[in-house]
Write a protein that binds this ligand. Structure first.
Ligand code: NAD
Length: 472
């Protein structure tokens, strides 16, 4: 039932070559998918450009109705999507179901937002003319997404793009193109006109994306992925001074002060660490715990992590699925081995089991260990003690990333004081989960540019036009 072609101008098309999509739990090939190249990308851009004016002129209420029908279609096929996400990405089915709900929320939220795009009327300071502003769709957008949330990272982009009146080219990650292709079918079934949404699965993203970024008809790039690739695409996008939104990597600190409710902090830590198997940009990366409670926190976290059941995502008993691929398994194991070589102690987990990596807790990790500097993208929790608020802030901010910080404290005054000094786009106060379609998701520093979701999300897909109206 899942399409495997390119979707261009409202039609599924095949390509000369195909590439395999594999189940990370079994290594089994799930499908052979069309492998789009630069020529297919240009055909998709032709289609998007041809459809742009009519879609921008479609009344907002009609665009909203299409998105609402797509939301309903996604929800009604929720089990099919959940199984597909689990098969191509690996996460347990319960988490895939949660991702389907999260993905659908963006379609609903932006359906609701599409009728609220508005401008302003101002009187010039001299009183001699009027300033009227309008928000207009930026035009054809390239939306490049990662494998870790193969459905939600796409609706978070295509929802606001369509709501704003933009046409879109979707470029899913090569590990997980199937959820994207099924979503495109749901969008088409919901009445998205031909050319308004196009999909370009490819195993060779670099030449395809570079070709599109060089074409002046493309007006916007929204990218979610690693900081390394984001930096490269920003450089390429500079040629045409393209509008860009960048959701990049993170190195989230999880701060626990001694006045926190420790049970709640451990619950939040398990969620912030193990959601998506730790393969999330907002996964807690460094657990910084105030000295009097650090040992107890690490012990309790290790007890919880030891009980987490590893297994294929399709088994309802599994709580932690496989890592996405062999490269990621080597990376996580390498970070743990490096920490241990630097003197870290393993309280739970610590050794790969086939395609799986167990929930792992480390203590005594020195500052110079790579695991403190780099995004882990796996279920490993290094716990480090700190003494006092200033030390906590210095440690938390000592990273080029600035996406999210989790903060556990029993004091509202401290929560506000510390939040204001944290270098991050988002702060979870006594919460291990911040993601929500109604919230502005995004980072500062090398974690990115722009926001997705919330009222802010649609702003990434419109530009302001100002009219000067003479009243003299
Ligand atoms: P990645 O950067 O390797 O790939 C992301 C996307 O870019 C994929 O679609 C890939 O095909 C494409 N790509 C890769 N190399 C390219 C190139 N040279 N030219 C053009 N396109 C290219 O990232 P990933 O491994 O898929 O995802 C993990 C990363 O994504 C992590 O760093 C994570 O933090 C980040 N992420 C960030 C957010 C956020 O909202 N901030 C959300 C999810 C994931």
């Amino acid at each position: 039932m899942t399409p495997t072609g390119c979707f261009i101008g409202g039609e599924w098309r095949d390509t000369d070559r195909r590439f395999p999509v594999t189940d990370p739990a079994t290594g089994q090939t799930l499908a052979e998918v069309a492998d789009a190249g630069p020529a297919d990308a240009l055909a998709a851009l032709d289609a998007a450009v041809a459809a742009q004016d009519a879609w921008a002129a479609t009344p907002p209420r009609e665009r909203a109705a299409v998105l609402r029908r797509a939301h309903d279609g996604l929800v009604s096929r929720g089990e099919e999507f959940a199984l597909l996400i689990t098969r191509e990405m690996g996460k347990p089915l319960a988490e895939s179901r949660a991702e389907v709900g999260y993905a659908a929320d963006f379609l609903q939220w932006f359906a609701e937002e599409s009728v609220r795009i508005s401008g302003e009327y101002r009187v010039s300071p001299g009183g001699d003319f009027r300033i009227v502003t309008a928000r207009q769709p930026v035009g054809p957008c390239l939306l490049v997404s990662p494998w870790n949330f193969p459905l939600a990272m796409i609706t978070r982009k295509v929802g606001p793009a369509l709501a704003a009146g933009c046409t879109a080219l979707l470029k899913p990650a090569e590990d997980t193109p199937l959820s994207c292709l099924l979503l495109v079918q749901v969008l088409a079934d919901a009445g998205v006109p031909a050319g308004v949404v196009n999909a370009l699965p490819t195993s060779r993203p670099a030449p395809l994306v570079e070709r599109l970024l060089a074409d002046p008809r493309l007006r916007k790039l929204s990218f979610t992925g690693s900081t390394e690739v984001g930096r490269l695409l920003l450089a390429q996008a500079s040629g045409n001074v393209l509008r860009t939104s960048m959701e990049l990597g993170g190195n989230a600190p999880f701060l626990v002060f001694a006045d926190a409710d420790l049970n709640a902090a451990v619950d939040g830590a398990v969620l912030a660490k193990l959601r998506n198997g730790g393969q999330s940009c907002v996964a807690a990366n460094r657990f910084l715990v105030e000295e009097p409670v650090a040992e107890e926190f690490a012990g309790r976290l290790a007890e919880r992590m030891k009980r987490v059941r590893l297994g294929p995502g399709t088994d309802p008993a599994s709580e932690l699925g496989p890592l996405i691929n062999a490269r990621q398994r080597r990376r996580v194991a390498g970070l743990v081995d490096d920490a241990v070589a630097h003197g870290a102690r393993v309280l739970a987990g610590g050794h790969a089991e086939g395609p799986f990596y167990p929930a792992t807790v480390l203590t005594g990790v020195p500052a110079e260990a790579r695991i403190h500097q780099e995004e882990i993208f796996g279920p490993v929790a290094p716990v480090t003690p700190f003494a006092g608020e200033d030390a906590a802030l210095a440690l938390a901010n000592a990273t080029p990333y600035g996406l999210v910080v989790y903060l556990y404290t029993g004091s509202l005054a401290r929560a506000l004081r510390v939040s204001e000094r944290l270098e991050a786009g988002m702060v979870g106060v006594n919460r291990g989960l911040v993601s929500n379609a109604a919230a502005p998701f995004g980072g500062i520093k090398q974690s990115g540019l722009g926001r997705e979701g919330g009222f802010e999300g649609i702003g990434e897909y419109v530009s302001t036009k100002y009219l000067a109206l003479d009243t003299a």
